[in-house]
Structure formats: structure tokens, C-alpha cells
Write a protein that binds this ligand. Structure first.
Ligand code: UDP
Length: 375
């Protein structure tokens, strides 16, 4: 059987890498090719090189001032060539990006089976000005097989009348990626200049708070509040060091550098490569983020997370208690961070919770399912 695995952004690459690696163990059963749309370029290439993945097709579609119309059209048109040349039986897409949605439609046109990895996440807000929820829902409609990370995501799909034998709960492949990466960066032979530089800026006597933020829903007032909250935390606790790899979007860079640029215990640094970021998560005491992937990863490293969002398509983490939703409310961010810095029992409790997103075997389950699946 022939597989085509398609992705375009950094988080998709991180979450699809374990599946690509897993299929490398099954070359007798499958011919597997990787196609990148390169909706993001540099951050994607770093992930590919860390996981030693060489794409068979590179559509190289990133353009300055790209818009959703042009990107969607480019992906569909360019994939037509790839699909007609390779004629895959199965096309794998991940998550909720424009690459995910447009690829699933192209794969449907070609008659391939569409397999959606990380299927069934929902915010139930399709009217949001941001396309993720619509991308997930469209991909769900087009897909033949839905690899749901959790029971909750499976339930969402069943409520949309997806046939129950087309939905498989696998756990999230992000945990597979994390386990591979932690093992690699912790090995004595692993050399990484970025990690060396990071270890020089870390103060071993202070508690490390790691911060990331990029979501468009937080641009504007949201980021101003977040920065004010971080400033207050840094001034309230002299035994805390905040390290913040700042997303390259000017709408994030501007408020962050303006408000936090010159504070003694805040380090603003460039976005990190995935292995360095994993290493830094492992060093941290607490993580404050609006990232989806980070909230899934952190509990496997025993790190509490404050999530700077009002809604979430990841309710499992909130239910399990591994994350706390704080939105972009300055007082709430400060009070929840203070609680975890001061109340050791509350902190310890959060570090010991079970990760609802899986055990690191999601890609193994996906490959097993496809191996037993008849076309
Ligand atoms: N990440 C990274 N470098 C950074 C920040 C995050 O490699 O400086 C990783 C992180 O470990 C996670 C993924 O990127 O696996 C999350 O990506 P992002 O926050 O951009 O997207 P989201 O998960 O919200 O879709």
C-alpha cells in the first residue's frame, strides 16, 4: 500500500514526524512518501533536520503576505501533480491548518483515503474570525479515517455521525515526538550550541517560568495584559527567572519588547528550535503559554501550565487539572502564577497528574490500524 504524509507548519511537522519514523519500520508493507507544503519554511526545516526526515516532495509555497485564498488554491493545484504522480492509497493530514484542509480536499478529489491525525478537536465556534475550527470540521467531513487523540475527541466525531468504525483513539503523536526528543537531547553524545547558550543564561538558583505566545486571538489588548502580568510576577518574585522565546510576528514582538525589554529577571530570546525548546521545558518550574502543543507536552514532563486563552479545544487538560485556563486577564495570570510559586502542595499535586494526551504510542497504533485496514 502507498502512503503520502503531508504537512506544512512546525507543529504539524513535530506531530507527524513520529508517524514518518514509524512507517520506516514497515517498508515491506508500505511505500511511504512525505510531502511538505512549507506553509512555514524555516521552523519546519529545523524540525525535519532534527528528526532526519527528507521530504520526497517540497511544494515550497511560503510567500510574503500570503493570504488564505492564494495559499488554499496553491496547495490544491500543486498537490494535484503529486497525487497524480504517486497515486497514494492513503493520504495523512494533521490537525487544523490551511495545509490540512486544502490537502484533504485534494486527496478526496484524487480518490485516495483521507486519514486525519489529531481528529475531533472542537471549539464549537465556526464563526470565529480564525480558520482553525472550520479547517478541522471540513477535514473531518472529507476524511475516511479519523485518528482521535482522546475519547473526548472521538465523542465529538460520533456526535457528527462519523461511522464508529472510522474513528480510532490513538493518543496524541505529540507525546511520541516528545519522548523521542527528550531521549535524544538527554543523551551524552548530543551536542547543541543553542542548548549550550541557553544553559549559560539560566540561573540555577531561580525558578524558571517559560513563556510562549503567538495566537492571533491574543494580538492587541491580550498581549498587553499578558506582558503587564509577566512584569508584575517578575517584580514580585526575585527568585524567579522568566525566559520568553518571542514569536517573530511583529504584533507579538512589539508589545513584548516594549513592556518587558529591560527587566532584570526576564530574558527575551528568539524562538527556539524544537530540541532546545524541549530541553528548556524540562528545566522549567512552570509554563505560561497559549500554544496547543505545549499544553499537551508539558504534563508528560510534569510541568504545570497556565493557558492564556478563554476557550479551548483541549478540555481534557483542564478536566485532568494539568492546565489552568487564565485567559489574558492580568490579575488571574498573576494570582494563579503566585499560587503555584508559593503553595508547594498545590504545585506538587499538579506535577504528578496523568497526561490525558497519551503514552507515546500513538503512531504505533495508527500504523497497526492501517496495516490491518483493507482498501
Ligand atoms: N516550540 C518550539 N520552539 C518554540 C516554541 C514552541 O519548537 O520556541 C514547539 C513546542 O514544543 C510545540 C510546538 O512548537 O511542540 C507548538 O507550536 P505552536 O505553539 O507554534 O503551535 P500550536 O501548538 O499552538 O498549534
Amino acid at each position: 500500500k502507498k502512503n503520502l504524509i503531508v504537512f506544512g507548519t512546525r507543529p504539524e511537522a513535530i506531530k507527524m514526524a513520529p508517524l514518518v519514523k514509524q512507517f520506516e519500520n514497515y517498508t515491506d508493507e508500505f511505500e511511504t512518501k512525505v510531502c511538505i507544503t512549507a506553509q512555514h519554511r524555516e521552523m519546519l526545516d529545523q524540525v525535519l533536520s532534527f528528526f532526519e526526515i527528507k521530504p520526497d516532495y517540497d511544494l515550497n509555497l511560503m510567500k510574503p503576505n500570503q493570504n488564505l485564498y492564494g495559499l488554499t488554491a496553491d496547495i490544491i493545484l500543486n498537490l494535484k501533480e503529486v497525487l497524480e504522480e504517486f497515486e497514494p492509497d492513503y493520504v495523512y493530514v494533521h490537525g487544523d491548518t490551511t495545509t490540512t484542509m486544502a490537502t484533504s480536499i485534494a486527496a478526496f478529489y484524487s480518490g485516495s483515503r483521507v486519514c486525519h491525525v489529531e481528529a475531533g478537536l472542537r471549539t464549537f465556534n465556526k464563526k470565529s474570525p480564525f480558520p482553525e475550527e472550520m479547517n478541522r470540521c471540513v477535514t473531518g467531513v472529507v476524511s475516511d479515517i479519523h485518528f482521535a487523540p482522546t475519547e473526548t475527541s472521538k465523542e465529538n466525531l460520533l456526535k457528527e455521525n462519523k461511522p464508529s468504525d472510522s474513528v480510532v483513539v490513538t493518543g496524541n503523536t505529540v507525546i511520541d515526538a516528545l519522548k523521542i526528543s527528550v531521549a535524544k537531547v538527554s543523551s551524552s553524545t548530543y551536542e547543541d550550541e543553542e542548548i549550550n547558550r541557553l544553559s549559560q543564561i539560566l540561573n540555577a538558583n531561580k525558578k524558571l517560568i517559560l513563556v510562549t505566545g503567538h495566537r492571533r486571538e491574543n494580538h492587541g489588548e491580550g498581549f498587553l495584559n499578558i506582558c503587564e502580568a509577566l512584569k508584575e510576577v517578575s517584580q514580585k518574585y526575585s527568585d524567579v527567572q522568566i525566559v520568553y522565546p518571542v514569536h517573530l510576528n511583529p504584533k507579538v514582538q512589539e508589545p513584548v519588547y516594549k513592556i518587558l525589554g529591560d527587566l532584570p529577571n526576564i530574558e527575551l530570546i528568539a524562538p527556539l528550535s524544537y530540541p532546545s525548546f524541549v530541553w528548556l521545558m524540562n528545566q522549567s518550574y512552570l509554563i505560561i503559554t497559549d500554544s496547543g502543543g505545549v499544553q499537551e507536552e508539558a504534563p508528560s514532563l510534569g510541568k504545570p501550565v497556565l493557558v492564556m486563552r478563554d476557550t479551548t479545544e483541549r478540555p481534557e487538560a483542564v478536566d485532568a487539572g494539568t492546565v489552568i485556563l487564565v485567559g489574558t486577564d492580568k490579575n488571574l495570570i498573576v494570582s494563579k502564577a503566585s499560587k503555584l510559586l508559593e503553595d508547594e502542595d498545590a504545585y506538587e499535586k499538579m506535577t504528578k497528574l496523568h497526561n490525558p494526551y497519551g503514552d507515546g504510542k500513538a503512531s504505533e497504533r495508527i500504523v497497526q490500524f492501517i496495516n490491518n485496514h483493507s482498501l
